[in-house]
Design a protein around this ligand. Structure first.
Ligand SMILES: Cc1ncc(COP(=O)(O)O)c(C=O)c1O
Length: 480
């Protein structure tokens, strides 16, 4: 009986040559990125070409690589460009190509078992523990992003405070758990309350002060009100770097309140938590080291290529107890491949887990926290510099104080009412994007539509921000 063909290359020499060519195309794309539009819409013919029937037969590799290079690479979201300022996207690095290649070659599943990828993730976890001065008892998990990290942290908090019985009986007839976050908290927190069966209404929206930081007196009053009503407060969520304006909640005071009322203090530090990496920005986060858990992303301000987030939990055991399941077919062993207990699948909802840890390990090893931290502090300086440009310009208005790396402003030409100003600024942002000049996003502050410039971008230079201001002023004239 002849050997049946597999999915491996029939001709390894061809595969090698074509893979090298594909790598060259990827590198060409990254090297030439600054000369291209920040963003361009996907042409209709390409969009149509992606509406084909499920393929029955395969196609040649070279043709597929060519298609990816020609049809996909130019129509990316734009966050590899120096003038991408929208939402909170990290910029990635060309170096990110390298671990991705090895990750694919290893094809490791990190749900558990005893293999080197597990040790790499353990190293990443320990580095995160060190980053935030957490104790030896701390644990964590590499995840897809802060949304998943938040889910894992708050599920651990739910069981810690509501009792492990919730895992069997659910919330029916159980304690009426409530939590607290500011009105500026990211929507992933309310969604987590929904997913955990607590309900979004169980998340109290605490007002913020003029700097968009949680009002601690209002937090205390809300907790006392809920206690008086017979509810069970279980967590407070502070944000280090709010998505709208980059403000940081008073984490030290939140830690005091959490201690006083015996609450789990979770910090959503999706991007802002990484300000711990530089001495110029670290003090803004004072108190984060006292939190019970932190969610943050490597793919935002750390610039690890998408996707990579992390949840850090002060007591690893709280996390394990909230998730652990070890049925017969996942039984561990003292030796052999099934060793390496406990397994990572006991710390989160996923059993099969890819080797994201490699690109994080590579990135931290390659660049070091000092260099990454400097880029973070540079972005904060740039956001302040942009605020200065806005203040000095005739016809622009700053809409929020700049705490970290986000500057929100708008064009205010004479003679337009509130509705017309919102409309104009929205059109300015679309024009900047569609002309490929820059990619800020929008938000609303005090009811006003803001041009929101988020700088989590190691490629951005002051000249890029000067360019942006000049184009906004031109467009404000042209589109008004
Ligand atoms: C403050 C904050 N929290 C949570 C998230 C959600 O993170 P992810 O998109 O990685 O799930 C974001 C995303 O921008 C954010 O800015």
């Amino acid at each position: 009986m002849g050997r049946k063909p597999t999915l491996d290359p029939e001709n390894w020499a061809d595969f090698r040559a074509q893979s090298h060519a594909a790598l060259d195309a990827a590198i060409d794309h990254m090297e030439g990125r600054s000369g291209q539009p920040v963003w361009q819409p996907v042409p209709e013919n390409i969009r149509k070409s992606l509406q084909q029937e499920l393929p029955l037969e395969g196609q040649p590799r070279a043709a597929l690589c060519k298609r990816i290079a020609q049809d996909f690479l130019p129509y990316n979201v734009g966050n590899t460009h120096a003038r991408f300022f929208g939402w909170v996207h990290g910029a990635g690095t060309p170096d990110g190509l390298i671990p991705e290649m090895f990750t694919a070659a290893m094809n490791a599943n990190l749900g558990g078992r005893d293999h080197v990828a597990i040790d790499v993730e353990k190293q990443v976890i320990d580095w995160c523990r060190q980053m935030f001065s957490f104790p030896e008892s701390a644990g964590g998990l590499v995840v897809s992003g802060t949304s998943m990290a938040t889910l894992i942290a708050l599920k651990s908090a739910r069981e810690k405070h509501g009792g492990l019985g919730l895992r069997a009986s659910g919330l029916q007839g159980g304690p009426r758990l409530v939590g607290y976050a500011s009105t500026q908290a990211h929507s992933c927190i309310a969604r987590t309350f929904d997913i955990l069966g607590l309900g979004k209404d169980a998340l109290r929206a605490i007002p913020v002060d003029g700097d968009y930081r949680m009002d601690v007196a209002a937090l205390r009053a809300a907790i006392e009100r809920d206690l008086a009503d017979g509810l069970q407060p279980f967590c407070v969520i502070g944000t280090a770097g709010t998505v709208n304006v980059g403000s940081v909640d008073p984490l030290r005071e939140l830690a005091d309140i959490a201690g006083e009322f015996d609450l789990w203090l979770h910090v959503d530090g999706a991007f802002g938590a990484l300000a711990v990496l530089n001495s110029r920005t670290r003090d803004l986060l004072e108190g984060i080291e006292r939190s019970t858990s932190i969610a943050f992303d490597f793919h935002k301000w750390m610039h690890v290529n998408y996707d990579a987030g992390f949840v850090l939990i002060r007591r690893a055991e709280d996390q394990r107890r909230a998730f652990s399941e070890r049925p017969d077919y996942l039984e561990g062993a003292a030796r052999g491949l099934a060793a390496g207990n406990p397994w990572f699948c006991e710390y989160g909802p996923e059993l099969s887990r890819g080797f994201r840890a490699l690109k994080i390990w590579y990135h931290l090893s390659r660049f070091g926290t000092r260099r990454i931290g400097e880029k973070i502090a540079d972005n904060c300086d740039q956001a302040q510099a942009l605020a200065g440009m806005v203040r000095r310009a005739n016809g622009l208005e700053l809409l929020a104080p700049v705490a970290l790396n986000i500057t929100c402003f708008r064009a205010v030409p004479d003679g337009l009412d509130a509705v017309a100003l919102d409309d104009l600024n929205a059109r300015i942002v679309v024009a900047l994007q569609e002309r490929g000049l820059a990619a800020p996003s929008t938000t609303r502050l005090g009811g006003k539509l803001a041009i929101r410039v988020n700088i989590t971008n190691h490629r951005t230079q002051i000249a890029d921000l000067e360019f942006l201001v000049a184009r906004v002023l031109e467009l404000a004239k042209g589109l008004a």
